[in-house]
Design a protein around this ligand. Structure first.
Ligand SMILES: [Zn+2]
Length: 316
């Protein structure tokens, strides 16, 4: 009997196959089932459609930092419960379960590392820890990372994925917007370079503070970036929103984002930018050196003594 007919008539295909957990992943973009190791190797993006899977903070750092160069900072800073807050669950219980789930002490991991041999400070938010929400401890860690970058003259890279400020801490959480922004302003005053990377989703208080303050703002493809969600905006302005509203590509077209970069090219992009600005810093230094040497020493001395010479006593 024809084998192919036999399959048609007699055998039923069983779609339910036993797949060990963590070996295969269904892509949320195209529905394809892909070997997880392949997705991992592709920086947690789909090899078929380019969909960006959500990754943990530590995973993101390992994609950016040169191997073995990352040193974590402030890993012991953690949130307290200043308002003794409780909704359907106690805030302290929510914190405990988030810590257990992620293995992190807070929703951000900060530290120093090299990126393409350039010294950098990084802060990466982790959405799995209470939606990457900005609590006092998160704001404090981001502020300290910025301060360290300033003092050590490192490039600063902050990778955001957040639902906004952590409401369980009320006003203390909102204060982090001002604190992180103030440190970034000091950092900017020193003429140092801060790159903000926004991943899906970056919303609320994080967008309203450090995520939008980058000298260069990069977004991953298809990421939702905004302050309030589209439903709230639609209800407020009473208008239908355009297609792709609040997505990276839309924001790029409207000048809110400088680059849309796939995760597979993220490190290379950072290194290219650092190479470019690193070189400029060197060029400025080089230009300044001969300018000082060109001035003959006696002229410098005369200038220092003032117009009337050393004995005049009229120096201003
Ligand atoms: Zn896909």
């Amino acid at each position: 009997m024809n084998w192919f007919r036999k399959i048609e008539r007699g055998l039923s295909r069983n779609d339910k196959r036993d797949m060990p957990d963590g070996l295969w992943r269904k892509c949320d973009g195209c529905g394809e089932i892909i070997y997880e190791r392949v997705i991992h190797r592709n920086n947690w993006t789909c090899i078929k459609c380019g969909y960006h899977f959500m990754v943990s903070a530590r995973e993101y750092i390992s994609m950016l930092a040169d191997p073995g160069s990352f040193t974590e900072m402030d890993s012991t800073i953690r949130s307290v419960d200043p308002l003794n807050f409780r909704d359907s669950k106690k805030y302290t219980d929510r914190l405990k379960s988030a810590m257990k789930k992620t293995g992190l002490s807070e929703a951000v991991v900060t530290g120093t590392c090299d990126i393409g041999e350039h010294p950098a400070c990084v802060a990466v938010l982790d959405f799995k820890f209470m939606g990457g929400s900005m609590a006092s401890a998160v704001g404090e860690k981001v502020a300290r990372a910025t301060k360290a970058a300033l003092e050590q003259r490192r490039f600063l890279v902050i990778v955001s994925s957040s639902g906004g400020a952590r409401m369980q801490e009320g006003i203390l959480s909102l204060m982090q917007l001002a604190k992180t922004s103030a440190w970034l302003a000091r950092y900017a005053d020193e003429g140092l370079l801060y790159i903000s990377i926004m991943t899906h989703p970056t919303t609320g208080g994080v967008t309203a503070s450090f995520a939008m303050l980058g000298d260069i703002i990069i977004a991953e493809p298809g990421a939702l970036v905004g302050f309030a969600g589209p439903r709230v905006i639609e209800q407020t302005i009473n208008q239908e929103l355009p297609e792709g509203f609040q997505r990276s590509e839309f924001l790029f077209d409207h000048g809110m984002v400088d680059m849309v970069v796939p995760r597979t090219k993220m490190k290379k992009t950072l290194v290219d930018v650092f190479d470019f600005f690193g070189d400029i810093e060197k060029q400025v230094e080089e230009k300044q050196k001969p300018a000082i040497l060109k001035t003959p020493p006696h002229i410098e001395v005369r200038a220092d003594r003032g117009a009337n010479g050393p004995a005049s006593g009229n120096r201003e």
